[in-house]
Design a protein around this ligand. Structure first.
Ligand code: SME
Length: 163
């Protein structure tokens, strides 16, 4: 049994340090990327407050394809360069979007989403997947959230290997 019970009221640096440590423990010794993404989506959902969607899109050829997530059913395929996720994937840069309605080309999968954080998972210079968090609150995410999820992306990169 996995007994992770984070306190969502704890300071963000501490919350994300614990999240990264729990993620390391969860994926240790498990090579299946889908299983690891599924567990990490659940871990994020349990740890990070005020989310309505948390999950992954994987880079497959020239598009992103939906991966494990928690939230409402979402768009399955996103061309690279489109939307917040496609922009993160094509640039390799974290996208911290305080107001999704102000982001050109934002793709609305859940009308409740107001702000979004997308972090690429980069292995050997290639974006293999992105972590996507949506919130029903405007300006929910800040630089501490971005740094915390980037740390998680570094942990997750190991599950994709170097191929
Ligand atoms: N809003 C994203 C699409 C994915 S959903 O938020 C789950 C985007 O603009 O790429």
């Amino acid at each position: 049994m996995f007994d992770f019970a984070p306190d969502p009221a704890m300071p963000k640096p501490q919350l994300y340090a614990e999240l990264a440590a729990s993620a390391e423990a969860l994926i240790a010794g498990e090579p299946d990327a889908v299983a690891n993404m599924a567990n990490i989506a659940a871990l994020i959902w349990l740890s990070v407050p005020q989310l309505n969607w948390a999950g992954f899109y994987r880079t497959i050829e020239d598009e992103l394809v939906l991966g494990p997530f928690i939230g409402k059913p979402a768009c399955i395929r996103i061309p690279l360069g489109q939307g917040v996720c496609g922009t993160a994937a094509s640039t390799g840069q974290t996208q911290l979007v305080r107001d999704v309605h102000a982001f050109p080309g934002h793709i609305a999968c859940d009308a409740a989403s107001q702000s979004e954080l997308v972090v690429p998972i980069v292995v050997a210079g290639q974006v293999r997947a992105v972590i996507d968090l949506d919130s029903p609150e405007a300006a929910r995410f800040d630089k501490e959230d971005a740094a915390g999820i980037e740390r998680l992306a570094t942990v997750l990169a190991r599950t994709f290997g170097a191929s």
